[in-house]
Design a protein. Sequence first.
Length: 605
Amino acid sequence: MERTGPTVRSSRFLAVCSATLIAAGALVASAPAVGAADADLVRNGGFEAGLDGWSCANSSGAAVTAPKRSGTSALKATPAGSDHAKCSQTINVKPDSSYTLSAWVQGSYVYLGASGTGTTDVSTWTQSPGAWKQLTTTFRTGPATTSVSIYTHGWYGTPDYYADDLTLVGPGGEPVVIPAVPAGLRTTATTSSSVALSWTAVSGASGYHVYRGGTKVATATGPSATVTGLTPSTAYSFQVTATNAAGESAKSAAVTATTAEGGGNTELPPRALVGYLHSSFANGSGYTRMADLPDSWDVINLAFGEPTSVTSGDIRFALCPVAECPNVESEAEFKAAIKAKQAAGKKVLISIGGQNGQVRLGSTAARDAFVTSVSKIIDTYGLDGLDIDFEGHSLSLDTGDTDFRSPTTPVIVNLISAVKSLKAKYGPDFVLTMAPETFFVQLGYQFYGSGPWGGQDPRAGSYLPVIHALRDDLTLLHVQDYNSGPIMGLDNQYHSMGGADFHIAMTDMLLAGFPVAGDTSKVFPGLRPDQVAIGLPASTQAGNGHTSPAEVNKALDCLIKKTDCGSYRTHGTWSDLRGLMTWSINWDRFNNEEFSRNFDAYFGD
């Protein structure tokens, strides 16, 4: 958040170029002549036997009688949320041999491809909403390749797609055998409503089935899955099987996992208004005393705790000097006002960072100093928790990580460790919020780390490992939907700040989840709606991207009620969305409390 008036964010936002879907169409190739020994190797390529031989992620596929291209059935697959409805089959092939893959498809975006070829994996796609169209591509297997995976999939946020008459023509390999039983089943994360599982990949498996108490509850194409819809504080037993065209293995040894207690934000009201209070400085909005805050504010973030140096990890907080803020209260009055707010059910947090507060925990010494100094601030003022407001170069990640799920960059690892230490020290009532910029979160949909396209800021999306690692401890994420350039949403369209459309698209991404840097094997899972608030500037003076109350209400209508959505199609009805955040309480007061009054009016407070 900025101390001064709005500034224009770097043109790096405007320079981001998406890898266009049109380019993918260049992969379509004409089929070469078929050799005499070649045969169609696909099992049940016309789906006449249902899904026999096929594995569809997250139960996204089904055999239907219409529309069909031939025979009696075809595949219908439904993309939803962070899943693009991939249906695949593993086929045994001969090494160093040529193959032609073909399918008839229908849909907004339909992809056909082959992976594990041992040479160059191939894919092709088409748009064919109302008519059947044939896709064809070719590949050659590597010298040691004995099986490949062929697949179809749609695209995120698009309607159902259909496929029929899939063929893979070429020399057959050794017979397919039922895969071995998966080993190493283990729990990797739990929340109050979900359990994440992983296991050792099985050679020859094209997919996996996850069982809870003997009932199949999930499918996966890789060796991990998350089971959702669970009850807090409850023990569950899980098993997994491996599948391919030959059948399904026996179930693995069971693992038991207990879900967490209800989230740490249960003491917040169902709809919460979050605001930043300029406590340590003054600007054009004027200084506001803690005791003078209206009751509208449910979470009050003290801006800011700042480091003594970029790399020290030592954080300090002090009230605004009298020379800068003539009406500042005394320390005793400030502490008494905090207690009064807490007695009224409000949460008061220390916010670390801001526009000027660069923090770089590049060493364990800096990490430990961060924990010690932040704890001192919390204890001195009797605060409820911590807000992480690392912005722009204050994040200073310079990350070389390529997988957000397993970060190795020291400043990320140390920040995660420090926050977990604070959470462990203060217990389940510790409130943790974050206010990253869209560049560090949603832009990870296109670019993360150095990115496959090159030339991008390596920090794009680099908040993702922090959010992911702390998702079970996170009370609220309120991304700053302002001071931003256009950002691509799950509809693969760019959205510009200042209107309902931008907030709908950016928030939907947080809730539905999204593949990171276009890699569908690395999907950032969506957060719970009660963990998310929309970040907005309170006035035109507070930042670029101010949104009028009418547009704010449109965004809330779409996300919570799925009405008045405009052209963007959300991936769910997010009825439990927690609320709104604004920079800042001071600017809202300067603007005749337009932001908070609109919030109260919308939610009937």
